[in-house]
Design a binder for this molecule. Structure first.
Ligand code: HEM
Length: 285
């Protein structure tokens, strides 16, 4: 009848696939950035939105998308991520029904798939929250530190050794920027393709300390063009971590499977989902 309220729009898997396709199309069209893709920085946005989770208090995590606001947007670890948030604004304008927190995580899953990585099953249900839900600074890892710090930070999120190593394998993608983190350079020669190269190089190359004025980082002895962070090197120094580095270096399929599982888990930390079912998005041709 005339007086009945307008039915709320309830998006289906097909609607979320349209969002995926729009992100994928923008990734394919907008190649005038870094090594030719915004994909890596989208992965980093999804990770930093999610990696604030604290299992004891249930605070942080992707639910809320509080990185839209200062102080969280100004946290040192989030330097450069405005690029990723701005990249997604036209998508948000095109699909105003999606929350930022669903959009940022969906875009991270899309970027992994579009850059040749494993499928990342994804489900909706995150709600945006206001500035009061911003997390305190210091919840994300500091690349200058060691294995103890990695365990402190990632066990706070609820991950074990194997999961920590798998997650850090995302450093196959993208690069460090001196005007963001202070570090410089890519981890491998194809930083826009998701592979197990990070682990192969970490295990097989000879890494030496880079001679420069910047923060302590490592470079490969043979070409001097690739990089590793102190935290990356810590994965080889620690027995509990090293065995997984070697497993992933040897077997790309095992890495893809275990990375997918743990990235799904990361994107869902602390989210009060109403649905068990995850969508598997079709990757673009
Ligand atoms: C980039 C640190 C774990 C994904 C970076 C950068 C640093 C960093 C310093 C360079 C930022 C810049 O200058 O632009 C760390 C540390 C980690 C960690 C210390 C844990 C010990 C992860 C995880 C993921 C991830 C778990 C995803 C699952 C990325 C990606 C980039 C990146 C894709 C490239 C971004 C771009 O190209 O703009 N990380 N990270 N990192 N990180 Fe991590």
């Amino acid at each position: 009848s005339a007086s009945s309220p307008k039915k709320p729009f309830v998006p289906t898997q097909a609607d979320y696939q349209k969002v995926y396709d729009a992100v994928a199309a923008r990734l394919a069209d907008d190649t005038d950035y870094d090594d030719g893709s915004y994909g890596p920085v989208l992965v980093r946005l999804a990770w930093h939105a999610s990696g604030t989770y604290d299992k004891e208090t249930g605070t942080g995590g992707s639910n809320g998308a509080t990185m839209r606001f200062a102080p969280e947007s100004d946290h040192g670890a989030n330097a450069g991520l405005k690029t990723a948030r701005d990249f997604l604004e036209p998508i948000k304008a095109q699909f105003p029904w999606i929350t930022y927190s669903d959009l940022w995580t969906l875009a991270g899953a899309c970027a992994i798939q579009e850059l040749g990585g494993p499928t990342i099953p994804w489900r909706p249900g995150r709600e945006d929250r206001d500035v009061a839900a911003c997390t305190p600074d210091g919840r994300l890892p500091d690349a200058a530190k060691d294995q103890r710090h990695i365990r402190d930070i990632f066990s706070r999120m609820g991950f074990d050794d194997r999961e920590m190593v798998a997650l850090i394998g995302a450093h196959a993608l993208g690069r460090c920027h001196t005007d963001r983190s202070g570090f410089d350079g890519p981890w491998n020669f194809s930083p826009t393709v998701f592979t197990n190269e990070f682990f192969r190089l970490l295990a097989e190359e000879n890494w030496i300390q880079k001679k420069w004025n910047g923060p302590k980082q490592f470079t490969d002895k043979s070409t001097g063009t690739l990089m590793m962070l102190p935290t990356d090197m810590a994965l080889m120094k620690d027995k509990g971590f090293k065995k997984h580095v070697e497993r992933y270096a040897k077997d790309s399929d095992v890495f893809f499977k275990e990375f997918s599982d743990v990235f799904v888990k990361l994107l869902e930390l602390g989210v009060p989902f109403k649905t068990e079912d995850r969508f598997v998005f079709k990757t673009s041709e």
